[in-house]
Design a binder for this molecule. Structure first.
Ligand SMILES: Nc1ncnc2c1ncn2[C@@H]1O[C@H](COP(=O)(O)OP(=O)(O)OP(=O)(O)O)[C@@H](O)[C@H]1O
Ligand SMILES: [Mg+2]
Length: 141
């Protein structure tokens, strides 16, 4: 699925994530781009719920990577915010995660630079108005 969607609540963000989750397969990489608080982790929580992950999906900022298992799905959630460059990203075992059959969701993919393959999906989150909950979510192939 592609396109630009406006979501006015966390529930609507989850609903969009659920639709995208139906298209994801092992090995897919999903890059979540956008400012602090734009809704990247919230979207990942929706993906995880749709994939049958039972536990809570929290922001992985401090541990960088969290692994979740769902209904036959293996979801790896990374937040690269605290890393600086490609060497840092390689040091956390980036290549191992690529070969593991995981669905890899990456917040702050900018830090990984050219390590992000051309086949990755990109989703851009924009906080439309600081005073309300409306976000724009732009999904590209
Ligand atoms: N429509 C919406 N979609 C998603 N989150 C929303 C929405 N409206 C309000 N929020 C709130 O905005 C916040 C989004 O935070 P979230 O942790 O998902 O952002 P993030 O992009 O992961 O930030 P970071 O870069 O710091 O990891 C949450 O507190 C959530 O409840
Ligand atoms: Mg986050």
């Amino acid at each position: 699925m592609t396109g630009t969607y406006e979501v006015a609540s966390v529930e609507e963000t989850w609903e969009l994530a659920r639709k995208l989750a139906a298209e994801l397969k092992p090995g897919d990489i999903v890059c979540l781009e956008g400012d602090l608080g734009a809704g990247k982790t919230t979207f990942t929580q929706g993906l995880a719920a749709a994939l049958g992950v039972a536990g809570r999906v929290t922001s992985p900022t401090f541990c960088i990577v969290q692994e979740h298992r769902g209904n036959g799905a293996f979801l790896v959630h990374m937040d690269l915010y605290r890393l600086h460059d490609e060497d840092d990203v390689l040091a956390i075992g980036w290549e191992d995660y690529l070969t593991d059959g995981a669905i890899l969701v990456v917040e702050w993919p900018e830090r990984a630079g050219s390590l992000i393959p051309a086949s990755a999906r990109h989703i851009r989150f924009t906080h439309l108005d600081d005073n309300c909950n409306v976000r724009s979510i732009d999904i590209n192939p």
